[in-house]
Structures are given as C-alpha cells and as structure tokens.
Design a protein around this ligand. Structure first.
Ligand code: SAH
Ligand code: DHB
Ligand code: MG
Length: 223
C-alpha cells in the first residue's frame, strides 16, 4: 500500500464537507462566538457533526444526552436531529463554556428543549440516575478522556436496549496504539476502547475520523 498522504486525506475530508455540509449561519456563528470567547477549538468537525446528526436521526431519537458541551457546536448538530418536542441534556464542567453555549444555542433558536447542567459530568450523571430519569436514545461522550470509562458505566444506567453510545477522540492521533500511553487522555481513550470491545452488553465499532490529524468516533449499541 502507498503511504497515506495527509494532504490527500484532508482534501478528501474537505471534498465530503463541500458535498454534504454547506455553510450554515447558525453553526458558523457558533464557532465565531466560541473563538471570540477564547475557547479552545476542539469541537467536532463539520463532517463529524453531520455524522452525529445522521446517527441521531437514524436512531429516531427523542432524548439525547451529551457529556462535554464546550460552545455547543456538537449540541447544535444533535439538537437539529430531534423532533420539536425532543429533549437534549448536555453536561459541562466549566460555567464559562456553559454560558457561551447557552447564548449561542438560544440564538440558534433550536426547537427541542436544551438543558445545560454545570458541574463534573460524573456528578450530573449520578444525579440523573438518582432522579430516575427516562433512558436516553443517544448518548454522546466528549468530555475529559480520563473519565470516559466511568462515563460509560454511568451512561449504561441511563440506557435501554437500542441506545446508541458514541464517544469522540478514541484514536488520539494513533497514540492509543501504544501499549502504555503516557498521557492520561490517551490512556483514558485506550481504556474506553478496551471497555467497549470487551463489554457483552454492547455491540461496538470505532470509525477512524480524518481531518488534519487522525482520530476516531466509537459507536456502541446497547443490547
Ligand atoms: N462536544 C463539544 C466539544 C467538547 S470539548 C463539541 O464538539 O462541540 C470537552 C468539554 O468537556 C470542554 O468544554 C470541557 O470544559 C468539558 N469537560 C472537561 N472535563 C469535564 C468534566 N469532568 N465534566 C464535564 N465536562 C467536562
Ligand atoms: C481535545 C478534546 C476534544 O474533545 C477534542 O475533540 C479534541 C481535543 C483535547 O482535550 O485536547
Ligand atoms: Mg472531542
């Protein structure tokens, strides 16, 4: 096989984007707001947003749970896949991120209710479990990578057979291939991958995601 040409991979991503993810006022404004607020530019890519949207629609989801809001870019994609009477709960540690997201999501005038909960995701997940909330149809994990295995365990308690559990950044530029990744985020992603692969309650796969660098999105279906 010829060596992978990074430039070609990026061109292919841009080509796909030009076909299926046309410029969009609300999404562009969301990124402008996040940058103006000095937030890190670690939102999902447009093509990944489109994938989240499609998966959520295919799942026929009415209730979505997101772990890691940042400025609400992926939230916007997920919310657009929901019916008007749908519900999206998104969990964010940093109150400043939550505030920027709130403003941007309000401006986008999305139909479903969007509930941002501030605090450590593990606490918010435990609160949801304790309150006996109805199971979610789609759960998207995208917060601190060292917490992924714990979030998976808690997400399972907020699921039903058929729930889709998705997780971003599970390839980490290939660093999860190392036997013992030194970086806690890489180690967390690797542990997550092994957890979903070995979990008899799930059927899973990871899709490599290419942009400037290679990463991955895991897709798990609860049995
Ligand atoms: N899903 C977003 C990107 C999320 S970036 C998008 O694609 O648009 C990760 C977010 O997780 C950051 O906003 C960070 O503040 C938040 N985060 C980090 N640790 C967290 C924790 N323990 N609990 C909840 N959120 C956390
Ligand atoms: C980081 C986090 C993300 O969710 C992401 O998509 C990319 C990078 C990070 O913490 O570096
Ligand atoms: Mg991410």
């Amino acid at each position: 096989m010829e060596p992978l040409n990074e430039q070609l991979i990026e061109q292919i991503d841009t080509y796909i984007e030009s076909l299926f993810t046309p410029a969009d006022a609300a999404l562009s404004q969301n990124l402008v707001d996040a940058e103006a607020a000095g937030m890190p530019q670690i939102n999902v890519s447009p093509n990944q947003g489109r994938l989240l949207y499609l998966l959520t629609k295919i799942a026929g989801a009415r209730r979505v749970l997101e772990v890691g809001t940042l400025g609400g870019y992926s939230t916007t994609w997920l919310a657009r896949a929901l019916p008007a009477d749908g519900l999206l709960i998104t969990l964010e540690l940093d109150p400043k991120h939550a505030e920027v997201a709130r403003r941007s999501l309000d401006r986008a005038a999305l139909a479903p209710a969007i509930n941002i909960r501030i605090g450590p995701a593990a606490d918010s997940l435990c609160d949801l479990i304790r309150s006996g909330t109805a199971p979610f149809d789609v759960i998207f994990i995208d917060a601190d990578k060292s917490g992924y295995v714990e979030y998976l365990e808690l997400a399972m308690q907020l699921s039903r057979p058929g729930t889709l559990i998705l997780a971003d950044n599970v390839i980490r530029h290939g660093l999860v291939l190392e036997a013992h990744p030194a970086d806690p985020s890489d180690a967390g992603a690797k542990a997550y991958n092994e957890a979903i692969a070995g979990d008899p309650r799930l059927e899973s796969l990871i899709l490599p995601i290419v942009r400037a660098r290679v990463d991955g999105l895991s897709i798990s279906r609860v049995r």
